[in-house]
Design a protein around this ligand. Sequence first.
Ligand code: RB5
Length: 150
Amino acid sequence: MRVYIATDHAGFAIKEFVKGLFEQRGYEVIDLGPESGDRVDYPDFAAKVAKAVAADPGSQGVLICGTGIGMSIAANKVPGIRAAEVHDHYTAQMARAHNDANVLCFGERVVGKGVIESIVEAWCSTQFEGGRHATRVAKIAQLEREYHGN
Ligand code: RB5
C-alpha cells in the first residue's frame, strides 16, 4: 500500500511521527512536503496529495493541518477523493468501513500522539464494508459526475 502525506506549517511538527506509524505497518510513504515548518497555504498541499491519490488507484493519502478541516475541504474538490476529517479511533474506523475514505485528515492542534496512534491503527486495520455502503459511495461519485463530468 502506498500512502502520500503532506501537511501545512500547523501539521509539520507531527509529520515524521505519522510517517513512522505507516512505515511500521509496511506502507510505502511518499512525502509531498512541505520541507520545513515555514508558513504555507494548506490548499496547495491538499492538492498535491489529492491529485497523487486520484492518479494512483488503490493508494491513500494523509493530510494534517491545524484542525484537519481545511485540508479535507480542499482535498474533496478533487474528483475521486473521499477525504475524511477524523478525531479518534471510532471516526477513523467508520471513515474506512462506511465511507471508503481514501484520504485521512486530522488536526495537529486537536489530537495528541496517543490519539494519532489509535487513529492510524483504526485506519490501517479497517476495510470498506461494501454492501449498502457501496451504494451510498456510488451516489457520491454520481454527484461528482454531475458537476465534473466523467
Ligand atoms: C493555519 O493557521 C490553519 O488555519 C490551518 O492549519 C488549518 O487548520 C485550516 O483548516
